[in-house]
Design a protein around this ligand. Structure first.
Ligand SMILES: Cc1ncc(COP(=O)(O)O)c(C=O)c1O
Length: 461
């Protein structure tokens, strides 16, 4: 689970009392605050930094949740939403259009790879995945293949929490409390190249997808869904040629390819879309988060002309929608966010700074607890191990002690927000705002190094 940092109590504010009494935080062990531990209350942000209610300053090494891509405190982007609200605060995309949704759809289509020209707006990433799952099912039905309903996803991948998206999510702890899930979620190995079984070549990873499709029966499989770099488990990058082979396999079996880019689009990997970094052509991209740099909640499903084709025939329609999909204020904010990308060369900055970011993280490899460093762009992870030579991982209780008993709280106390996660093997993830540069990487190292050294002393003594 993701680990919220919980510093010790330092006196209680009114906000603390109210939060504990009324605010049900997501993915949070609410009981852990009963003994007086403080909820971290973040009150302000500027650039790469945020401040808590006590005035403590933190480097936001996670862009909040992989999503404040252009950094905090952009009054110009916020103003675009306010201006739009004065003109047209809201109108729906259910049978109506409005200028901002139209302009944004056209702009996204212009940036997306190949003929991904059709943009269906949602309010977030989970809604985008849910919509894509429904879209591929209906697409096949309209094409006379009603049995194509199953979704192939990867183990430990996170694709959202709604019941359809959860069937694609491959994290047992997140699935079990809500079973039975939507039928048809099938899982294959992810691209954890650090932990490939002995003698198992990375080229087999794509073939495992082919085998699973054949095992299920190709006429029952609707789509494959994958992130360009898999978040959960700690930034698993694809081996050479992986996505090109996935494309071929999908084409062989008339299976659609959904690239889930809720994190990996909008500059996170130094390109507008992760598919562009790895040079593959999906049928559908699901996105959210960085589309607005999270100044407003918005997501999108970006589909190819071919996917929309049957929906243009006769009385057919995609029988699906959300009240706020394409919200004019959110669309205006997204337009302003994309202006920042263009004017301030955000993608170029990521590609230029990635080697410095990565070199800093690689320099931590001399610390015995650091087993692996991996990722792409401004999306990197450090895997923590008990024994570097054998790659032995920590047990669940040890991981609990390491992440929640020490690392998470200590990093936060010293001013670094990042993710300490053990949904797979224990990792620390860093995904800073895309405006970060060498001086910020130095600052991150100044906090990470002593904390990882102390963790080594505690855990490997
Ligand atoms: C790859 C991926 N898909 C879907 C989601 C769900 O997005 P949301 O939390 O906006 O519903 C996430 C969230 O982190 C994600 O990383």
């Amino acid at each position: 689970m993701a680990t919220p940092a919980a510093p010790p109590a330092t006196g209680s504010s009114n906000l603390q009392e109210l939060a504990k009494r009324h605010l049900w935080m997501h993915f949070s062990r609410m009981g852990s605050y009963a003994d007086g531990a403080e909820i971290p209350i973040i009150v302000k942000g500027d650039g790469c930094y945020v401040w808590d209610e006590h005035g403590n300053k933190y480097f936001d090494g996670l862009s909040s949740l992989f999503c404040v891509n252009i950094g905090h405190g952009r009054a110009d982007v916020a103003q675009a939403g306010a201006d739009q609200a004065k003109e047209l605060g809201f109108f729906t995309n259910w049978s109506y259009a409005h200028p901002r949704a139209i302009e944004l759809a056209a702009r996204i289509a212009g940036l997306a790879p190949g003929d991904l020209n059709r943009v269906f707006f949602t309010s977030g990433g989970g809604e985008s995945v849910e919509s894509a799952i429904k879209l591929v099912r209906q697409f096949h039905k309209l094409n006379g293949k009603p049995n194509k309903t199953k979704i192939i996803a990867r183990e430990v991948a996170y694709h959202g929490t709604s019941m359809g998206a959860l069937a694609a999510t491959g994290i047992t702890n997140l699935r079990q409390p809500y079973e039975p899930l939507m039928p048809g979620g099938c899982h294959v190995p992810n691209t954890n190249l650090y932990r490939l079984p002995p003698g198992y070549g990375a080229e087999n990873l794509a073939e495992a997808v082919a085998r699973r499709i054949e095992f299920e029966g190709p006429d029952t499989v609707a789509a494959v869904i994958m992130e360009p770099v898999q978040n959960a488990g700690g930034c698993f990058t694809p081996p050479e040629g992986y996505f090109q082979r996935i494309r071929e396999i999908c084409d062989e079996h008339d299976v659609l390819f959904i690239s889930d880019e809720v994190i990996c689009s909008w500059g996170r990997l130094g390109h507008y879309f992760g598919a562009q970094r790895y040079d593959y052509q999906p049928d559908i991209i699901t996105t959210a988060k960085g589309l607005t740099s999270s100044y407003a909640p918005m997501g999108a499903v970006i589909a190819s002309d071919r996917i929309m084709e049957p929906f243009l025939q006769g009385t057919n329609s995609f029988m699906h929608g959300f009240t706020w999909g394409g919200h004019p204020m959110c669309a205006a904010v997204a337009m302003a966010n994309l202006d920042v990308f263009e004017e301030e060369h955000i993608n170029e900055g990521v590609l230029e700074n990635e080697p410095h970011f990565r070199a800093m993280l690689d320099s931590l490899r001399d610390i015995p607890i650091v087993g692996d460093v991996r990722g792409a762009g401004f999306f990197q992870a450090i895997e923590l191990v008990k024994d570097r030579d054998t790659q032995l991982s920590f047990t669940k209780p040890e991981s609990e002690t390491l992440l929640r008993g020490y690392l998470s709280g200590e990093l936060f106390k010293r001013g670094l927000i990042c993710r300490a996660d053990d949904r797979g093997d224990p990792v620390i993830q860093l995904s800073p705002p895309l405006i970060a540069g060498p001086e910020h990487f130095e600052e991150i190292e100044g906090i990470l190094r002593p904390v990882l050294e102390e963790a080594t002393r505690r855990m490997l003594a």
